[in-house]
Design a protein around this ligand. Structure first.
Ligand SMILES: Cc1cc2nc3c(=O)[nH]c(=O)nc-3n(C[C@H](O)[C@H](O)[C@H](O)COP(=O)(O)OP(=O)(O)OC[C@H]3O[C@@H](n4cnc5c(N)ncnc54)[C@H](O)[C@@H]3O)c2cc1C
Ligand SMILES: NC(=O)c1ccc[n+]([C@@H]2O[C@H](COP(=O)([O-])OP(=O)(O)OC[C@H]3O[C@@H](n4cnc5c(N)ncnc54)[C@H](O)[C@@H]3O)[C@@H](O)[C@H]2O)c1
Length: 472
């Protein structure tokens, strides 16, 4: 006979979003059941952010040897791909205890290791138990979306779920898709000594500022990645020289391995959502502004909710659900202050609207400030002057910021704070930052916004002359 469990909150999926809900709710006194079929920690820890950033770090070390530095001659690095993958595995292992079943059981969470499946509007089965809960949270994440390219299913392609299990470096990695995964992994593998060809149907990082994305593509090409943009793949299979992609323009590219990184789809198929009255849309579970599904007792968060695919977004959603489900407070999920970064060199980071989006939304009210890293003394000292910051400002408030260049992922943090709190640009202009830092580029861009108002202003000039006459 199946065990019957009654609980306050049942969370399905122990990734970034689900773990945050479970930990928060349990520590605030709720009874929590957490259902996870695969590895604790979800995609970010096991097949996503953590391994990809660890591999990029190893690749950057190899590149530093190759490139030398200011006043230092470069050398050919000796790359041990298996050692780089050992670093990936060790990084995951170092973080894993934080997401482990043991830690969550220690917090008082009942953890069930199985696929969860709804059996009614308020019951779910998993691990032989029937769980009835006052609230459910769907936090089941996403899976690689495999495009319908003829022949693809017949060749042994990699995805983010298998890539980090390689032990030997691919001779020639073909990458299908130039989104964040494709660009990050193309650069990592090139720097680790592989030949890399990236094929993108549209434009690489197509959601990002085109000028910033073009800088990144130019950097990939300069490092030796062959980037083919705007070309569809008609067929995959084996050519005379191994794995092959036949392109719509008649070309054929061949390689030893193929990574498919063409987007991700919400993982909902095992949940039996219709029986729970939960509707889905093209991006994932349909949710309202409070992250409630069409069944008001069931929330959806993170990748499953289709509002964006970022660990920090899943964490933000988790915080909102805790406030709503535990404390009964009204919540409203915002998207305008969620930053994102692609951790290539140069790094590309964005918060709020891009220039194109800002002009479409605000028309002539938008002022765009463009400030290059070449004007930043620290960037000059580091010989890292590639890139820029772009501010989109409406009536004295930033509505979007693009940064491409060194430490863009860190620099965007200040702007995430500004947009989250809807602060005026004068807050940055009035802040003193240490000299010389890359972060000063933010202050300089704010100064550029205000300087015409201050320095090219006849009223200010007349006022200063008048004051100078009367001052003792
Ligand atoms: C290669 C790669 C690199 C990335 N890099 C970054 C980055 O640098 N920064 C960033 O912010 N984001 C990054 N992401 C995205 C990030 O990993 C996701 O946005 C994040 O993991 C989403 O968290 P989640 O909780 O919604 O889902 P997940 O972390 O995917 O967790 C969902 C969990 O639910 C489980 N599950 C699914 N269905 C069921 C079921 N029916 N029953 C039980 N369990 C179930 C799954 O096994 C999984 O463990 C990256 C993604 C990839 C693939
Ligand atoms: N640094 C980060 O924060 C980070 C890193 C990796 C992934 N992620 C998250 O994971 C999501 C998924 O990443 P992704 O890179 O797989 O997806 P993506 O949707 O961002 O990019 C996929 C790319 O593949 C292209 N494409 C689709 N079908 C194609 C085909 N048949 N042939 C050639 N190109 C094709 C698309 O035009 C697109 O540019 C990201 O959108 C992001 O939210 C984040």
């Amino acid at each position: 006979m199946s065990e019957a469990i009654a609980t306050d909150i049942c969370v399905i999926g122990a990734g970034a979003g689900g773990l945050s809900v479970a930990a928060g709710a349990a520590q605030m006194g709720a009874r929590v059941v957490l259902v996870e079929a695969a590895a604790m920690g979800g995609d970010c820890l096991n097949h996503g952010c953590v391994p990809s950033k660890a591999l990029l770090a190893a690749a950057a070390a190899a590149q530093a040897v190759r490139a030398g530095g200011p006043g230092v001659a470069g050398q050919t690095p000796v790359v041990d791909y298996a050692a780089a993958m050992d670093h990936v595995a060790a990084t995951i292992a170092g973080i894993a205890p934080h997401d482990s079943q043991e830690r969550f059981e220690g917090l008082g969470v009942r953890v069930i290791r199985d696929w969860g499946r709804f059996t009614s509007a308020n019951t779910l089965t998993a691990g032989g138990a029937t769980i009835s809960a006052r609230r459910f949270v769907i936090a089941t994440g996403s899976r690689p979306a495999i495009p319908p390219v003829p022949g693809l299913e017949e060749v042994p392609f990699l995805t983010n779920e298998s890539l980090f299990g390689l032990r030997a470096a691919p001779d020639h990695l073909l990458v299908l898709g130039g989104g964040p995964i494709g660009c990050e992994m193309a650069q990592a593998h090139r720097r680790l000594g592989c030949r890399v060809t990236l094929v993108e149907a549209g434009r690489c990082l197509g959601r990002d500022d085109p000028e910033a994305a073009a800088l990144l593509v130019a950097a990939l090409r300069a490092e030796g990645v062959e980037v083919l943009e705007g070309v569809a793949v008609e067929r995959a299979g084996y050519g005379e020289q191994g794995l092959a992609l036949w392109l719509a323009d008649g070309r054929q590219v061949t390689g030893s391995h193929l990574l498919v990184a063409t987007g991700r789809r919400a993982a909902l198929d095992r949940l039996n959502l219709p029986v729970a009255g939960v509707e889905t849309g093209p991006q994932g579970v349909r949710v309202d502004a409070g992250l409630r599904t069409t069944n008001r007792r069931i929330f959806a968060i993170g990748d499953a909710a289709g509002l964006g695919q970022f660990t920090h977004l899943a964490g933000y959603h988790a915080g909102l659900v805790i406030r709503s489900a535990l404390l009964g407070l009204p919540v409203r999920a915002r998207g305008d202050h969620i930053p994102r970064a692609t951790y290539t060199t140069p790094t590309l980071a964005q918060v709020g609207l891009t220039e194109t989006e800002a002009r479409a939304a605000h028309g002539a009210a938008v002022t765009v400030i463009h400030e290059p890293f070449a004007g930043n003394d620290r960037a000059r000292a580091m010989a890292r002057t590639e890139g820029f910051i772009k501010l989109m400002v409406v009536r004295g408030r930033p509505v979007g910021v693009t940064v491409v260049g060194p430490d863009a992922d860190e620099i965007i943090g200040l702007w995430a704070l500004m947009l989250a709190n809807r602060l005026k640009l004068s807050a940055v202009a009035g802040t003193v930052l240490p000299y010389p830092t890359l972060g000063e580029i933010s202050k300089r861009a704010s100064g550029t916004y205000f300087s015409p108002k201050l320095f090219d202003n006849p009223v200010v000039k007349r006022g200063v002359r008048l004051i100078q006459r009367v001052l003792p």
